[in-house]
Design a protein around this ligand. Structure first.
Ligand code: WT7
Length: 661
C-alpha cells in the first residue's frame, strides 16, 4: 500500500462494516412486553420528572425525597432528602407482601450440590449476617471487603453490609493477594468476608491463603469472616488466626434472625468497585443507594422483560458490576428468581449451561460475547442436546458482539426467534445505558441500537462536534443518570480528569462508536485500540467481526504494529472453530485476509495473521489487545496482573502458522 500524497481528512473512526439484516419484534412478544415505545417519549419530554415518577413508584421510602437532582457538574445527587434501605427494598418488602416462599436463588455448586434460597430465607440469613457484622464492630459507613467464590453467602454478605450501611467492595475471587490488599488499603476496609475456597474445574480452589497474604500488608483489617465451602477438601486444612479470623458458622448461626434495616440517605455510599486502568492504580468507583437501586431495577425489568414467574440467569461473576446490578440488586429489587452458578461453562463439559437451562427452565440468559464465542468454537451440538425452549430473552454484555456471534446465539440458543439484547454499559454507569427494548426495538445483529429511555448519548469528533449519521467517533453521555458513579473513592480530581475533562460538560466513556444512517449505535471498542493505517482510523471491532464472519473462525483479535509505509499495520490473531476441515494453514490465512478485504475494505486487510489456540483475556473475558501488541512487536510484556491465564501468552508465542505479505 502506498502513501496518499494528498490525504483527505478522514473521519474520527472509519465506518467499514455494513450490516443490514434486521429483526423486528415478534408481535406476540410485543403484545406482552414490559416496555413500550412511550417510555422514550415520556423520558425525553422531562427526564427528571420521568426518573422522579419511577423512583416514587418503584422504591419503598422511609422518607420521601424533596429534590430529584442536584447537578453540580460533574457531581450529581439524586433523590435528595430521601431515606431508604436497599436491602429492605430487595428482600423484606417482598416478604411482607406474601412472597416469602418465592425462590430468590436457585444455587448450583460446580460439583452438583444445590441450595434453594427463598426470600424468607434471605431475610433471615441477611439479618443474622448483619447482626454478626455489628458484633464484629462494623458500623454504618465502615468499608467491608468481600472476596468470595460464587456461593449464596456472597449476595448475603453484600446485603448484610447494605442493611447496616457499611459500603462493600467485592474483589473478584480470581484476583491475587496483591490486588486484594491494594483495594483494602485504598478504602481502609475494616473486615474481609471470605471463604476457605470454592470449586473450580472439578478441583478445590482455596481462597483463604491469599487473604492471609494480603493481610500482611493491610493493617486496617480487624477481622476476617470465613465461610466454610470446601471444608475437608482443603489439603492440610484452613489456617485460622486466633482473635482475627472467625468462621461464618460460629458467629452468624447463633445471631438473632431479626434485624431492623438502617434508614440511609439516598446518596449513602452503597459500594465501591475497583476497575483496573491499563497501567495506573485501580480506581474505586463509588456507587450510592437510591439512584443505583432505581437504575438497576428498572433496566432489569424493561431490558430483560422479566415477569413474576420467570427464572432469570445472569452468568457473570458477582465480582463484576454485571453481577452487582444484574445478579444481586436489580433482580432482587424486582423479586425475581435467579439462578446462581458457582462454576465454569466447560465443567464437566460444554453442555453444563444448557443442562442448567433445561433443569431450571431458565427464561432469560444474560452472558458475555466471550462465552458465546467459546460455545461457537465448540459447536452447537452441546446446545442441541438440551431442551432450551423455556428461553424467552437472551442478553449480551461486556464487549461488542460480532454480528455472526449474535446470529449464532439467536439461532442455536434462541431457536432463531428469541429477542437478543446487546447491552452497553460500564462499571461507572451502574446500569444498562444503550440497549434494545425487547418487543419494542427492531434489532440489527451487532448493534446495541439506542440509548435507554432518559439517557442521552452522542457520537462526537475530537473537536467535540456531533459526527453525522454514517460516521464514527467517540461515545459520550450528555446528561446525568440515576445510577451514575458518584466519583472515584478519595480522589475527586481524578474523577473530573478521567471522565469529564476531555469534552466540557460531557462524560467520555473511552469507547468508539458509530451511528448508521438510521441512527443505530454500533460500539467500536476502546479508542485506545484504534489503529491508524495510511491515515485511516480503523476500529478493531469491525475487522474482528469481518474475520468472525468467515465460517472457519470462532474468535479474532486485531492490533496495530508499526509499519514504515502505512504508519501502522494490522496484525490479526484468529481462533478457529473446532472441526475437521478447519486447519490452520497458510492458505487459510490468506483466504481470511482476503475475506476481510472483500467483506469490508482493502485498507482493513490484515498484514499479518496468526492462528492461536486462545487469546489473552482479562478475568472478565475482555481481550487484552495491549498484550497482543507486545507479542506482535516482539516486546517485553507490559502489566500482566489482570490476565486470566498466563499460559496463553507463551502458547501464542510458541505458535507457528503465521502468514504474512
Ligand atoms: C466496557 C466497560 C458493563 C458490564 C461489564 C463490563 C465494553 C460493555 C458492551 C457492549 C460493546 C461493551 C466497553 C465498556 N462493553 N458492554 N454491549 N458492546 N462494548 O464493565 O468492565 O466496566 O467494562 O466494556 O468498552 O466501556 P466494565
Amino acid at each position: 500500500m502506498s502513501i496518499d500524497p494528498f490525504p483527505t481528512p478522514t473521519p474520527e473512526i472509519e465506518n467499514l462494516l455494513a450490516e443490514d439484516r434486521k429483526f423486528p419484534p415478534d408481535p406476540a412478544f410485543a403484545a406482552q412486553a414490559n416496555a413500550t415505545a412511550e417510555l422514550y417519549a415520556e423520558a425525553e419530554a422531562d427526564p427528571e420528572a420521568f426518573w422522579a415518577r419511577l423512583a416514587r413508584e418503584r422504591i419503598d421510602w422511609v422518607e420521601d425525597f424533596h429534590t430529584t437532582l442536584e447537578w453540580d457538574l460533574p457531581f450529581a445527587k439524586w433523590f435528595v432528602g430521601g431515606k431508604l434501605n436497599i436491602a429492605y427494598n430487595c428482600i423484606d418488602r417482598h416478604v411482607e407482601r406474601g412472597l416469602g416462599h418465592k425462590v430468590a436463588y436457585h444455587w448450583i455448586g460446580e460439583p452438583g450440590d444445590t441450595r434453594t434460597i427463598t426470600f424468607a430465607d434471605l431475610q433471615r440469613e441477611v439479618s443474622k449476617a448483619a447482626n454478626a457484622l455489628l458484633e464484629l464492630g462494623v458500623q454504618t459507613g465502615d468499608r467491608v471487603a468481600i472476596y468470595m467464590p460464587m456461593i449464596p453467602e456472597l449476595p448475603i454478605a453484600m446485603l448484610a453490609c447494605a442493611r447496616i450501611g457499611a459500603p462493600h467492595t467485592v474483589v473478584f475471587g480470581g484476583f491475587s493477594a496483591e490486588a486484594l490488599s491494594g483495594r483494602i488499603s485504598d478504602c481502609q476496609a475494616k473486615l474481609v468476608i471470605t471463604a476457605d475456597g470454592g470449586w473450580r474445574r472439578g478441583k478445590p480452589a482455596p481462597l483463604k491463603p491469599a487473604v492471609d497474604e494480603a493481610l500482611e500488608s493491610s493493617p486496617t483489617i480487624e477481622h476476617t469472616l470465613v465461610v466454610r465451602r470446601l471444608g475437608d477438601a482443603v489439603e492440610g486444612g484452613t489456617a485460622m488466626q486466633d482473635g482475627r479470623d472467625v468462621w461464618w458458622d460460629d458467629i452468624v448461626d447463633r445471631q438473632p434472625p431479626v434485624h431492623e434495616p438502617v434508614a440511609l440517605d439516598s446518596e449513602h455510599m452503597l459500594y465501591l468497585l475497583y476497575t483496573s486502568g491499563t497501567t495506573a492504580k485501580p480506581k474505586g468507583i463509588v456507587h450510592s443507594t437510591a439512584g443505583y437501586l432505581l437504575g438497576a431495577s428498572f433496566t432489569h425489568e424493561m431490558v430483560f422483560d422479566v415477569k413474576p414467574d420467570d427464572v432469570y440467569w445472569c452468568a457473570a461473576d458477582v465480582g463484576w458490576v454485571t453481577g452487582h446490578s444484574y445478579i444481586v440488586y436489580g433482580p432482587l429489587a424486582n423479586a425475581t428468581t435467579s439462578v446462581l452458578y458457582e462454576g465454569t461453562p466447560d465443567t464437566p463439559d460444554w453442555g453444563r449451561w444448557w443442562q442448567i437451562i433445561e433443569d431450571y427452565k431458565v427464561n432469560i440468559l444474560y452472558c458475555a460475547p466471550t462465552a458465546i464465542r467459546a460455545h461457537m468454537k465448540q459447536g452447537a451440538q452441546y446446545a442441541q442436546a438440551h431442551d432450551l425452549s423455556s428461553l424467552r430473552v437472551l442478553g449480551s454484555v461486556g464487549e461488542p458482539i460480532n454480528p455472526v456471534a449474535w446470529l449464532w446465539y439467536q439461532k442455536h440458543i434462541g431457536a432463531g426467534t428469541k429477542p437478543i439484547v446487546d447491552t452497553w454499559w460500564q462499571t461507572e454507569t451502574g446500569m444498562i445505558m444503550i440497549t434494545p427494548l425487547p418487543g419494542v426495538t427492531t434489532t440489527k445483529p451487532g448493534s446495541a441500537t439506542f440509548p435507554f429511555p432518559g439517557i442521552e448519548v452522542d457520537v462526537i469528533d475530537s473537536a467535540g462536534n456531533t459526527v453525522p449519521l454514517g460516521g464514527g467517533g467517540l461515545l459520550v453521555l450528555k446528561r446525568p443518570w440515576p445510577a451514575m458513579l458518584r466519583g472515584i473513592y478519595g480522589d475527586p480530581e481524578r474523577y473530573k480528569e478521567t471522565y469529564w475533562s476531555r469534552f466540557p460538560g460531557m462524560y467520555f466513556a473511552g469507547d468508539g462508536a458509530k451511528r448508521d444512517l438510521e441512527g443505530y449505535l454500533w460500539l467500536l471498542g476502546r479508542v485506545d485500540d484504534v489503529m491508524n493505517v495510511s491515515g485511516h482510523r480503523l476500529s478493531t471491532t469491525e475487522i474482528e467481526s469481518a474475520l468472525v464472519s468467515h465460517p472457519a473462525v470462532a474468535e479474532a483479535a486485531v492490533v496495530g504494529g508499526p509499519d514504515p509505509v502505512t504508519g501502522e499495520a494490522i496484525n490479526a490473531f484468529v481462533i478457529l472453530r473446532l472441526g475437521p476441515s478447519n486447519e490452520p494453514t497458510p492458505a487459510l490465512g490468506d483466504e481470511l485476509r482476503k475475506h476481510v478485504a472483500t467483506k469490508i475494505s482493502p485498507i482493513a486487510k490484515p498484514k499479518g495473521l496468526m492462528f492461536v489456540p486462545d487469546l489473552p483475556k482479562t478475568r472478565s473475558g475482555k481481550i487484552m489487545r495491549r498484550l497482543l501488541r507486545d507479542i506482535a512487536q516482539g516486546r517485553a510484556l507490559g502489566d500482566t496482573t489482570t490476565l486470566a491465564d498466563a499460559g496463553v501468552v507463551d502458547l501464542i508465542r510458541s505458535n507457528t502458522g503465521a502468514s504474512e505479505d
